[in-house]
Design a protein around this ligand. Structure first.
Ligand code: ASP
Length: 444
């Protein structure tokens, strides 16, 4: 069983966390490739190393001294090394970075040092080889990863060293320069390594015991999701649940590699398992997989008699919106009208121009605009096949006097989306969660 285990910044925050990571890694000989983020926050007031490195760059730009920030970073690494009795020559590394800072240092190179040094220390602590992402993760000039070259290099590293630590978040451009992924990009490095090594599982270790069924800021103690398909995860992420870096899903999904989100400080929890498909539904899995939503949408309703036989107006409307670079989130079609849902932020200052163009070129019977709409998706692969699911959902909303302004179904029919007023957002999520969970309490 080959596993790629990626540990996020919170799992690398200090020596205590390094110890936890070591015990997790050593607990399973399958964990052959360990991908690490730069040290994250030790507490709420603390700073992430990556943010401090970006801050150094900002200070340099404005000609302000960055000595204090630099020394803070140096001390954090030295504290970890001292506590774990590591021999790696951090001073030599920091002195070299300082020297480069005096010249024309590349910002991606500077920021990548967070992951680089964390991986160096972890490799020594685990007694695993250190494999630099600069030598094994390759970008094309268009910013896409060259998977062929990367796979060859990572497979070679695995063959040569057996077990190794790989820094996340960066790779090399064809001209040899370091390039970063976007923020949170160590998730992507882990997924790429899992793909390259044909891993049996990609473990993503973080500070929560998996993906929660709803936002904990809205619902008290939401349960973690045990199993979820990649499609369901996509629906939840699209509707605002922030879980993994979006680009981290594709490399593992493509090869059908299960992705397991785990909690470094509670390794006994099984976390969330993300799979391509779930054929057998184990007893006790919920009808509802998760709820996510976002506020701030505008619904434009166009009225035209027998719109279903004259869909040209639909196409033209979408063309007008496309020309204005407006992202259409949902479309629902009725007999004499259709709704287009758009992010308010993208249309607020030009909605009247858009409407007047639609009126003058397409002559609809009427056009109405509704702002302050929130969209909430209830996602669940089993909801389609279980009769009464939508009755339960709408029943719960009705019983709580929540006025539904719009209903849509997500792709693959695995989600039901309701549009409500922004002010009903939190109440709707709580009602849906409780409506589903209460009745399932017995078999949870
Ligand atoms: N250290 C980087 C960040 O904070 C990358 C990562 O943690 O995944 O965004």
């Amino acid at each position: 069983m080959i596993k790629v285990a990626k540990f996020g910044g919170s799992s690398m925050a200090d020596a205590l966390h390094f110890r936890m990571v070591r015990s997790i890694v050593k607990d399973d000989p399958g964990r052959v490739c360990v991908v690490v983020s730069a040290c994250g926050k030790r507490n709420k007031q603390d700073n992430k190393i990556t943010d401090l490195l970006y801050l150094i760059q900002a200070h340099r730009q404005y000609g302000v001294s960055y000595d204090e920030i630099f020394n803070t970073i140096r001390e954090r690494y030295k504290d970890i090394a001292a506590e774990l009795r590591l021999k790696f020559d951090l001073d030599a590394e920091f002195d070299a970075i300082l020297e480069k800072l005096k010249g024309d240092i590349d910002v991606d190179y500077l920021v990548s040092r967070g992951e680089y040094l964390t991986a160096r220390l972890m490799a020594e602590y685990l007694r695993y080889a250190f494999v630099d992402a600069a030598d094994t993760v390759f970008f094309n000039y268009d910013g896409k990863v060259n998977m062929e070259k990367t796979t060859a290099a990572l497979s070679e590293a695995a063959r040569k060293y057996g077990r190794f630590v790989l820094p996340g978040f960066y790779g090399t451009l064809p001209n040899g320069r370091i390039r970063l992924f976007s923020r949170g990009g160590s998730d992507i490095t882990g997924a790429i390594a899992a793909n390259a090594l044909d891993a049996d599982c990609y473990e993503n270790w973080t500070d929560v015991s998996g993906i929660l069924m709803a936002d904990p800021r809205v619902v008290d103690n939401p349960r973690p999701i045990k199993r979820i398909t990649y499609e369901e995860l996509r629906e939840l992420s699209f509707m605002g649940a922030s879980v993994l870096h979006e680009e981290a899903v594709l490399p593992v999904k493509e090869k059908g590699i299960p992705l397991n989100i785990r909690n470094t400080i509670r390794p006994e929890d099984k976390g969330t398992l993300i799979l391509n498909s779930i054929d057998e539904e184990p007893e006790g899995d919920h009808l509802l997989t998760g709820i996510a939503g976002r506020k701030g949408f505008t619904v434009m309703t166009l009225y035209k008699k027998q719109i279903t036989t004259d869909t040209l107006i639909v196409r033209r409307t979408l063309e007008i919106l496309e020309a204005c670079h407006v992202e259409v989130q949902h479309i629902t079609l009725g007999v004499d009208s259709f709704n287009v849902v758009m992010p308010t932020a993208q249309v607020s200052d030009r909605i009247y121009d858009i409407v007047s163009e639609i009126r003058s070129t397409l002559s609809p019977d009427d056009v109405k605009i509704q702002d302050n709409i929130a969209l909430i998706a209830s996602v669940g692969r089993r909801m389609v096949s279980v009769p009464g699911s939508s009755a339960r959902l709408f029943g719960a909303l009705g019983a709580n006097n929540i006025n539904i302004r719009m209903i849509a179904q997500g792709s693959e029919e695995i989600s039901i989306i309701v549009g409500v007023e922004n002010r009903d957002f939190e109440r709707t999520i709580r009602t849906l969660y409780e409506g589903f969970m209460d009745k399932e309490e017995g078999n949870a």
